[in-house]
Ligand binder design. Structure first.
Ligand SMILES: Nc1ncnc2c1ncn2[C@@H]1O[C@H](COP(=O)(O)OP(=O)(O)O)[C@@H](O)[C@H]1O
Ligand SMILES: [Mg+2]
Length: 356
């Protein structure tokens, strides 16, 4: 070999090393043999997957399989690269620590003299942030659609419901006070109220309207809400203790009534219609704190962290919108809604509202 050949080979090596260096700096790289066993990885692969190089070498990519993609997805991938074609796509993987990540992936087969792949190089880029942003956008789109739907439901369902409820009231009013049918009428009215509440939740959650603040006596608000709920047979054996005095706040009374009735309803359901629910209120010049406590089983630890997310429910027919809506309304009043546990093990929901 002449010196000029040697220096040419040397500079070719250097160029290759430079390219490899640049690639390792920018991409997650792994090489596998023809049967898919990992024969080399780079630092980026180790750091995103959480596995060390020695844990990865000799394994196939099932080690980071998240289970997200159907079998056909990988069958198609393998058919493409085994046939000598480049495969590109987006893959969700699972890291050693259990968390999921997304990679934009290109797999290039290297062919031997007979045109058969003898190894594959996979070059990947982390696109987890983009995937998350896309999901958020999709969720917002769903929420906007839900808002439109809720508006239609509100119009088509709420008004007739109010009509039926009014008619029932008239019929009930014409009956003798001891008519046994009055209990039936109360039952129907309670169901209408529950339906109304659900529509109201959906509407408030999906289409939050800014509150119209008016001076409102909290005690009156509590009493109004409790008497509205008391038609439901669920409340027949519930002792509900309300504070005898409390401040007057500037709030949207109708919206806060939805919040309170949601909390009271949850409490009554938690105690299975038998027991005690207590509402207390304390205020100082800055904050007013309303606590709704029950002596039920308390919050299920499985959902405690996600309690205020929409559609989180442990109930057979629950919508999971009650607390999400309540939190939204309270936050629009510049307050907070949180949970606490009582000494007796029951649940305590805490509303804090600014007093001015
Ligand atoms: N007072 C309470 N005691 C125990 N669990 C509660 C209480 N309030 C709410 N929860 C839990 O929070 C979940 C979500 O409540 P919510 O958003 O009102 O939806 P839903 O009532 O439709 O289930 C309930 O399914 C229940 O598991
Ligand atoms: Mg509820």
């Amino acid at each position: 070999m002449s010196t000029s050949d040697e220096s040419q080979t040397g500079s070719l090596f250097k160029q290759l090393r430079d390219i490899q260096y640049a690639l390792d700096r920018s991409a997650i790289v792994a090489t596998t043999n023809a049967s898919g066993r990992i024969i080399s990885t780079n630092q980026k692969f180790c750091s995103i997957s959480g596995y060390s190089a020695s844990e990865l070498l000799g394994q196939d990519h099932r080690i980071i399989n998240s289970g997200h993609h159907p079998k056909e997805f990988f069958r198609d991938l393998w058919a493409t690269i085994a046939g000598g074609q480049v495969w590109t796509g987006e893959i969700q993987n699972r890291a050693k620590g259990g968390h999921l990540y997304w990679v934009d992936t290109t797999i290039v087969p290297f062919l031997n003299s007979r045109g058969r792949p003898y190894q594959y190089v996979a070059i990947r880029f982390d696109i987890t942030a983009r995937k998350q942003a896309e999901r958020r956008l999709r969720e917002q789109g769903t929420l906007a659609k839900l808002g439109e739907m809720a508006a239609v439901v509100a119009h088509e369902v709420k008004n007739p419901l109010a009509g039926i409820r009014g008619a029932l009231q008239v019929i009930g009013g014409r009956m003798p006070h001891d008519a046994p049918e009055l209990a039936v009428i109360d039952g129907i009215r309670a169901r209408i109220d529950a339906l109304n509440q659900m529509v109201q939740d959906l509407l408030l959650f999906a289409r939050p309207t800014p509150p119209t603040m008016m001076a409102t006596s909290l005690v009156q608000l509590f009493e109004g809400t409790a008497s509205m709920l008391s038609h439901d047979p669920l409340w027949a054996d519930v002792e509900i203790v309300l504070p005898s005095d409390g401040p007057t706040l500037r709030v949207d009374a109708a919206q806060l009534q939805v919040v309170l009735s949601n909390l009271l309803l949850n409490a009554a359901q938690a105690i299975g219609g038998h027991g005690r629910i207590e509402v207390t209120v304390e205020s100082d010049p800055d904050w007013c704190e309303i606590r709704v406590s029950d002596d039920g089983p308390g919050l299920d630890p499985e959902i405690r962290d996600r309690l205020f997310e929409p559609f989180v429910t442990t109930k057979h027919r629950g919508s999971g919108l009650g607390l999400a809506t309540a939190k939204r309304v309270v936050e629009m009043h510049h307050g907070t809604l949180t949970v606490d546990s009582s000494e007796t093990g029951g649940a305590v929901l805490v509303i804090r509202l600014p007093t001015h």
